[in-house]
Ligand binder design. Structure first.
Ligand code: FES
Length: 279
């Protein structure tokens, strides 16, 4: 029996596909929109983003701010008066643009939000394909630079995950820091709370997401075109390739993970729930 040839139908939304091709794109659009709305709302709150040794990943590293997790001090004098202050607004553009320029997410939101095309072998609303070699999509090539920033941010997130297992003996809300991050001076004891595990899980997922990045594969491969000439580069390239196979999964799990971590810290900090302490 003759098979329908996919991709030959012309016109927006036209296709020979018989499956529910729009479900995946619609789900992607809904989830990404919800995440953007939640993250924007959380970033502008400038409140309930920390509780004792827990710090929301949306606010880490807290360069300037009011919490004892801050590195340098309170709101700086140079902050524009017209812009509401929040520590998250200083740092969130970096992880946000890392995700926005991610090769996987590009493929997902080009389909889900720009209908370019709406799905494989489905007609799109444009006649010409410009690709990423021309303006404006050529700027997506900055992804590798946001990878460097993401790797740097992971250091702080692992520091936060470590701190999440060391509970201050005196409540941090009673601690009044003068200037820098007070944690090195605060008496703490080891413990495990649900928040410790949530923050550890979030940082682990973000680490897998970052370490499975396509650009990292190129970077650790020594930026070579012929890997067989360098066994060490080939080994690094192969290791990242192993993680890279699951990059899509890490992209979604880490997206939910970071939202869950912020939500958990926010609910505990605002007194809606109490942190569960296992010991
Ligand atoms: S390709 Fe997705 S994070 Fe780099």
């Amino acid at each position: 029996m003759a098979q329908a040839k996919p991709g030959l139908a012309r016109g927006f939304g036209k296709t020979s596909r018989r499956d529910a091709w729009w479900v995946q794109s619609a789900a992607t659009a809904v989830v990404l929109t919800l995440f953007i709305v939640y993250a924007t709302w959380a970033a502008f709150q400038n409140a309930n983003y920390w509780h004792d040794n827990y710090l929301s990943p949306f606010y880490s590293p807290e360069i300037f701010g009011q919490s004892p997790h801050r590195w340098f001090g309170p709101k700086p004098g140079w902050w524009p008066a017209v812009l509401p202050f929040s520590p998250a607004l200083i740092i969130l553009p970096f992880p946000a643009l890392f995700r926005f320029t991610c090769y996987y997410y590009r493929g997902a939101y080009y389909k889900a939000m720009w209908a370019d095309p709406p799905a494989c072998a489905v007609g799109e609303p444009r006649n010409a394909y410009t690709g990423e070699h021309g303006w404006p999509l050529i700027v997506q090539n900055v992804h590798r630079y946001f990878l460097y920033a993401a790797l740097f941010f992971l250091l702080f997130l692992w520091h936060d995950a470590w701190k999440a297992f060391w509970f201050p003996i005196q409540q941090m809300s009673n601690y009044n820091p003068r200037g820098q991050n007070p944690f090195p001076d605060v008496p703490v004891k080891f413990g495990v709370g649900l928040g410790s595990l949530v923050l550890l899980l979030n940082t682990s997922l973000l680490t897998f997401y970052t370490l499975s990045c396509h650009s990292l594969r190129h970077l650790v491969g020594g930026r070579r075109d012929d890997l067989s000439k360098s066994p060490r580069s080939l080994l690094c390239y192969t290791c990242v390739s192993g993680l890279n196979k699951n990059h899509m999964r890490f992209a979604w799990f880490s997206l939910f993970g970071v939202m869950l971590a912020d939500l958990y810290v926010r609910l505990v900090a605002s007194g809606v729930i109490k942190d569960i302490r296992f010991f």
